[in-house]
Ligand binder design. Sequence first.
Ligand code: ARG
Length: 502
Amino acid sequence: MAKPVTQGSLFRSRLAKEFDNKTATFHTSVNEDLRIFEDDINCTTAHDIMLYEQGIIPAKELKLILTALDGIRQKWRSGEVTIGAEYEDVHEYIETTVIKQIGIEAGGMIHTGRSRNDQVVTDIKLRLREDILKMGDATLSLVDALQNRATEHADTPMILCTHGQHAQVGTMGAYLSCYADILLRDQQRLAELFARVNTNPLGAGPVGGTSININRKRTTELLGFDAIQENSIDATSSRDWAMETAAVCAIIMGDLSRIAADILEWSTVEFGYIELADEYASSSSIMPQKKNPSTIELLRGKTGESYGALIELLTMEKGLTSGYVQDLQETKLTLWRTIDNTQICLEIMAGAISTMKIKSERLAKPLKGNFAMAVELAETLANETSLSFRESYKIAADLVNLTISRGATLDRLKPEDVEASAAKLYKKKVKVTQALIDKATDPMQSLQRRVSLGSPSPVEVKRMLKEHSVLAKKQRSELAKKRGSIEAALEKLHQTAAAQSA
Ligand code: ARG
C-alpha cells in the first residue's frame, strides 16, 4: 500500500490514522489556496506582530517567526514552493514550514489566539479586495472606451429599434453612451461591494472568539481593513460578500452579453453597421471568406459560467448551519473562477470596442424616408396644428398604410395626403405645408428637435458624455485612493516586520 501523503500532519493529533491518499486529494484546498498564499503570510505577520505588542509572543520568538515567514515569501516569489495533498491547505503548509525551520517552541506560537476559520476568511477578503479594485479598473477602462467612441459618433445617426423593429432615429453616440452609463453603475456596485468586503474577520477565532488577549483593532489597522467584522459567529461563517461579488460579476457579464448581442447582429452582412478589428475575429478551416466575430460570441457564452457561479455560491451557502463548515471551502474555487472570467471579458470588450470600425454610411442607409419618422410626423402635427396627439397618431398611421400601398417612402408624402386623412378620419380641415412634412421626415432635423432630457439629440448626448466622464474620473480617483491606502498599510506592515526581525 502506498504511504499516506499526509504523514506527520499538523492537525491530526487526535486521530489515529492519516487520510488515505484519495481522501487527502479530495479534501485539500491547496490548489485554490495558491491565490491567497501571500495574503496568508501577511495575515500571519500582522497577527503575530499584534501578539508581540500584546505581550503574548516575546521579541526573540517574534524575530524568528518573522524571519521564517519572510523566507517562505521569498521562496514563493522565486517559484520554489510546491505544495501537494500532503497539506490540508496553505495554512497548514506555512505553519508546518515555520515550525520545521525554527522549532515548535517559537514556531508553535504563530497560531496563538487564531483559528483557520478566521484566518481563511481574512485571507480571502485580502485577496478579494484587490480583485475588486482590478475589476473596477477594467470596468472604468471599458467606460472610457465607450465614451471615447460615443464622443466620436455623437452626430452619427442610426435607427433605434424596439422589438427588433425600426422605432426612432437615434445616434451611435447615444447607443455607446448608454452602455458607458450602465458600466459606470456596475463600477459603483463594485465600489459598494468593496466596503462590505474590506472588513476584518481576524480574531473571531474558531467561532466564539478567544481567551487570549488579542487586539482586533490593531490587526485591522495593520492589514488596511476599514473596519472590524465584529460578531465572531458572523465573521467566520458568513460568505454573503462572496455571493454579492458573484452577483455583481453576473450583472456585469449580463451587461457585456447585451453589448455582445448588438455587436454580433451588427457584424452580419445584412446589417454591416460595424466590423471588428481582425485581432478579435477568427476565420474558418474551410470557408476562406469568413471573418467570424467569435471572440465576442465566446464572451457572450461565458456569461453562462458567470450565472452558474452565482447559483453555485447561493446553493453552497443555502441552509448552512452557523459556524464554519467545510462546505465553505468550496467558495474559493467558484469565486476565483468567476472573477477571472469577468476580468478578462471586461478587458476583451474594451479592446473590441476601441478598435472596431463603425460604418457611418451603412448606419445612415436605412434612414431616408424610414417609417421610423412616423412618430416624428405625429408629434409635429400635434405640435403645429390643432390636432390632439391621438388624432395625429391615427392620421400618421393612416399615412403609413397609404405610403405602403403606394410602395413609397414617408418623405414622399404631400400636404394633400395629410389633409385628406384628417378630413377622412376626423372631418377636420387642417393646413399642412410641404415644409412641415419635409421637416418631420428628415432624420437629422428630427434628432435636433429631440428636446427631452436624455434623448439621443447630439446636444444632449454631448452634455451627458461630458458629465458622465467627470463621474468616471471621480470613480477612478476613488479607486486609486482605496488602492493607495491598502498599499500604504501593507508597506507599513512590512516595515514593522522588518524592524522587528532586524
Ligand atoms: N481549508 C479551509 C478552507 O478553505 C480552511 C479552514 C478549515 N477549517 C477547519 N476547521 N477545517 O475553508
